[in-house]
Design a protein around this ligand. Structure first.
Ligand code: PEP
Length: 252
C-alpha cells in the first residue's frame, strides 16, 4: 500500500514572512486534523530557512522547487543539493513544466539533477512529466511521457528509483482551472506504472508514488485521488491557501 504524498509548490509567490505564516497555518491545520499522508511544502529559496524552523517538530516536510546538478561552482543564480539539504530540505521538484518551458530544462538536465539529488541519499526528487495539449491532441502523449520518464531515470538504479516520486502534470491543466478527468489521469498513471515495471521490475513500479498535478482543488480531489494509481498531488495555486491545501489532503 503506497502512502499518499501531497506537495505544495508555492512557485514564485510569498515573501519569507508570508511563507512562514502559510507554513504555520498548514502545520496547525494538520495538528487539528492529522493525516496518514506525507505532506511537503516547497517555498521559494529565500523562505526555506524560516519555513524549516516552523516545520521543526511537525510531520510536514520541506521541499525545494529546483536545484543544480553540481555541488558548487560558478553557476550564478543556482543552488546545490547540499545547500538545500543543509537547510533541512527533503524533497526537490525537478523538471517542472515551467522550468522546461521557460528555463531550458531538458530530459538530460532533469536526469543530471535527479542523479545528483539521489547520490548519497541527499534529496528525494519529485520528477515532473506531462504533455502539452497539442501533444495530446496529435496522439503523441504516450511517446512524450515515455521519453520524459526514460530520460529522467537513465542510469538510476532500482534502489535509488525507490526514493523518487513522479508527478504527472498535463501542461494544459497547470494553472488553467481545467483538470484532467479522473479517467484521463488514471490511464496515464497506469501507463507510467507499466513503464516503470519495464524499466525496473514490478516491486519498483508498485512502490513508486505517482502524484497528479494540474488544477487540483478540494472540489475535484476526491474523484482524482480515489483512482488506484494516483498517489497524491503536486499542487500549485490551491497550495497558496492553507484551507484549500488542507481540504485536498483531507479528501484522500
Ligand atoms: C503545478 O504548478 O505544479 C501545479 C499543479 O499548478 P496548479 O495546481 O496551479 O495547476
Amino acid at each position: 500500500m503506497r502512502r499518499k504524498i501531497f506537495a505544495g509548490n508555492w512557485k514564485m509567490h510569498k515573501t519569507a514572512a508570508e511563507s512562514e505564516g502559510l507554513a504555520r497555518d498548514v502545520v496547525e491545520g494538520l495538528r487539528a486534523h492529522p493525516t496518514s499522508s506525507e505532506v511537503v511544502v516547497c517555498p521559494t529559496y529565500v523562505a526555506l530557512d524560516r519555513v524549516a524552523a516552523v516545520l521543526t517538530g511537525s510531520p510536514v516536510l520541506l521541499g525545494a522547487q529546483d536545484m543544480h546538478w553540481e555541488s558548487q561552482g560558478a553557476y550564478t543564480g543556482k543552488i546545490s543539493a547540499d545547500m538545500l539539504q543543509a537547510v533541512g530540505v527533503t524533497y526537490v521538484i525537478i523538471g517542472h513544466s515551467e522550468q522546461r518551458a521557460y528555463f531550458h530544462e531538458t530530459d538530460e538536465t532533469v536526469n543530471r539533477k535527479a542523479r545528483k539529488a539521489l547520490a548519497g541519499g541527499i534529496l528525494k526528487p519529485i520528477l515532473c512529466v506531462g504533455e502539452t495539449l497539442q501533444e495530446r491532441e496529435t496522439g503523441l502523449m504516450e511517446k512524450v511521457i515515455q521519453t520524459q520518464i526514460r530520460g529522467a531515470y537513465a542510469g538510476i538504479a532500482a534502489s535509488e528509483a525507490l526514493h523518487t516520486v513522479i508527478a504527472y502534470e498535463p501542461v494544459w491543466a497547470i494553472g488553467t482551472g481545467r483538470n484532467a478527468s479522473p479517467e484521463q489521469a488514471q490511464s496515464v498513471h497506469f501507463f507510467i506504472r507499466e513503464l516503470l515495471a519495464s524499466l525496473y521490475d514490478r516491486s519498483v513500479s508498485e512502490a513508486v508514488r505517482i502524484q497528479y498535478g494540474g488544477s487540483l482543488k478540494p472540489e475535484n480531489a476526491l474523484e482524482l485521488l480515489s483512482q488506484p494509481d494516483i498517489d497524491g498531488g503536486l499542487i500549485g495555486g490551491a497550495s497558496l491557501k492553507a484551507d484549500a491545501f488542507l481540504g485536498i489532503i483531507a479528501s484522500s
